[in-house]
Design a binder for this molecule. Structure first.
Ligand code: AMP
Ligand code: MG
Length: 278
């Protein structure tokens, strides 16, 4: 049985070449798609509980090569969540102001407050990925960051942030097809950039950088999940299921807490009305 997603155990080795990006987890597409619909509804329900209880937040980090489907996954998996309850933040090339601070400055400010789902489209991991591949800072500088990232994520987790990290694993061949498809379709061409082809030349360096980030920064607090992503329907299903399975164990507590808050509010209301009768 192929697993749905590969959850990287803390401290374990990762061999990306041994994980097939075309995997479908032995699932049938029609079955997965039907279940996917129910999962997205459940994510909406869970987010309402998350908000009502107000004790935790959820941070979802999406990483992957160009065209791996970061945008598409977010759009589908969180399609039923209220815009009031979630937001997406896309990390671009750092601005001059951002570069004048430590690398986590721009990240920490946009982490989700309690009750919300915050989704990062790219993240602080770019600072050990693109930065490493292109030598944008000296090696000792980016090397020190793995530990800083772990400490940072531990800080967030200690403050009740549930953290889920997804690496969308596509094959080099699939990327080529997706890039070519954008060229052929005028309506998709806005997504094109010559830079994507240039980055593609560094594929092996990126895989090495991803491997080390996955190995060094998968922790109990903030685990990495490798998602076979050549098939979009499978990728969406795998991510949605991981989100649901991560939040479900909290639901009981959140419900119980909501029940208590509800009782307290009702008691307050009764007291207010009783005062009026006096
Ligand atoms: P896109 O996600 O296609 O809109 O592109 C965003 C670009 O910003 C990608 O090429 C990233 O590699 C780049 N980027 C994001 N974060 C950083 C960073 N910390 N340093 C350098 N480039 C970055
Ligand atoms: Mg791009």
């Amino acid at each position: 049985m192929e697993p749905l997603v590969y959850r990287v155990a803390p401290g374990s080795k990762v061999d990306l070449a041994a994980i097939d990006p075309r995997s479908n987890g032995n699932l049938e597409r029609a079955v997965a798609e039907a279940e996917f619909d129910a999962l997205t509804t459940e994510i909406d329900d869970l987010q309402e509980l998350l908000y009502g209880a107000g004790t935790h937040s959820l941070l979802v980090i999406m990483q992957g090569m160009d065209t791996s489907g970061k945008d598409g996954t977010v759009r589908k998996v969180f399609s039923k969540v209220s815009p009031l309850g979630s937001y997406v933040y896309s990390f671009k090339v750092p601005t001059e102001e951002e570069l004048s601070h430590d690398f986590l400055w721009r990240v920490h400010r946009v982490t989700p407050r309690r009750g919300l789902i915050g989704i990062f489209n790219r993240s602080h991991y770019e600072d050990v990925l693109v930065v490493r591949v292109h030598g944008l800072v000296p090696e000792p500088v980016w090397r020190a960051r793995y530990r800083m990232i772990n400490d940072f994520e531990h800080l967030l987790a200690s403050s009740n942030t549930i953290i889920l990290k997804f690496f969308l694993h596509i094959s080099r061949e699939e990327q080529e097809e997706r890039l070519l498809a954008r060229e052929k379709d005028v309506e998709k061409a806005w997504k094109l950039s010559a830079g994507d082809w240039r980055e593609r030349e560094h594929w092996d360096d990126y895989m090495a950088a991803y491997t080390e980030a996955l190995e060094r920064c998968s922790t109990a607090d903030a685990p990495w999940h490798i998602v076979p992503a050549d098939r979009k329907w499978f990728r969406n299903y795998a991510v949605a299921r991981t989100v649901v399975e991560t939040l479900r164990p909290y639901a009981q507590d959140w419900l119980a807490y909501l029940g208590k808050v509800g009782e307290q509010r009702l008691a307050e209301l009764r007291a207010y009305r009783a005062e009026g009768e006096r």
